[in-house]
Design a protein around this ligand. Structure first.
Ligand SMILES: [Fe+2]
Length: 181
C-alpha cells in the first residue's frame, strides 16, 4: 500500500508519515465501505420496526461519509494520495462484502453489530500505534471512534435484553449473528 511522499507535515519524519498514511487509508476504506453498507441496510430492512431502523441509519451514513472526507483530506495534508475508488476498496480491504440482502430489522442490526465490532476494533488498535507516530491524526481517530462506538450502542440497544445480555453474544459472522435473533 506504500506510496511515495514528496513532502509531509513539518516535524513529522517521512517514515512515520508513511505509516500514518497507511493507517488513514485503511480507515478510509473502512468508512467508505461502512457508509455504503449502512445505505444498503437502510434500503433492505423489512418488518414491523422498519421506519425506526430505516430512519436511524441515515444520520450514521452522513456521519461516516464525513469521517471518510476527513481521513482522505488528512492523507492529502500529509503529502499522500487518498484512494477512494470502488476498486481500491474491494482490492485492499481485509474483510468480506456485507452478506445480507432483504431481511428483518433485527437480522440486519445483528449483522451490523458484527460490522461495527470489526471497524471499531481496528480503530482502537490504530489509536495505540498512533500514540508514538502522530497525535494530530490520533485526535481525529479518537473523535471518530467515539461516534462509531455511540452508533454501535444504538445498534446493540435493539439486541439487548433487560438483563443487559446481547442476542448476538459470541457471534463472529454477520450471518451467524443474524441467525441468533
Ligand atoms: Fe433513504
Amino acid at each position: 500500500m506504500a506510496t511515495d511522499l514528496h513532502y509531509t507535515a513539518p516535524g513529522l519524519s517521512d517514515a512515520d508519515a508513511q505509516r500514518v498514511v497507511e493507517l488513514l487509508q485503511g480507515r478510509l476504506h473502512a468508512c467508505n465501505d461502512l457508509h455504503l453498507t449502512l445505505k444498503h441496510v437502510h434500503w433492505n430492512v423489512v418488518g414491523p420496526h422498519f421506519i425506526a431502523v430505516h430512519e436511524m441509519i441515515d444520520p450514521q451514513v452522513e456521519a461516516v461519509r464525513g469521517f471518510a472526507d476527513d481521513l482522505a483530506e488528512r492523507i492529502a495534508t500529509l503529502g499522500g494520495s487518498p484512494k477512494g475508488t470502488p476498486g481500491s476498496i474491494v482490492g485492499e480491504r481485509e474483510w468480506d462484502d456485507y452478506s445480507i440482502g432483504r431481511a428483518s430489522t433485527q437480522e440486519h442490526l445483528a449483522a451490523l453489530d458484527v460490522v461495527y465490532t470489526g471497524v471499531i476494533t481496528t480503530y482502537r488498535a490504530n489509536l495505540k500505534e498512533l500514540d508514538d507516530l502522530d497525535l494530530v491524526t490520533q485526535d481525529m481517530f479518537i473523535a471518530q471512534t467515539e461516534q462509531l462506538e455511540l452508533f454501535h450502542w444504538f445498534v446493540r440497544a435493539h439486541l439487548e435484553d433487560k438483563g443487559g445480555r446481547l442476542a448476538t453474544d459470541g457471534a463472529t459472522s454477520e450471518k451467524g449473528a443474524a441467525a441468533s435473533v
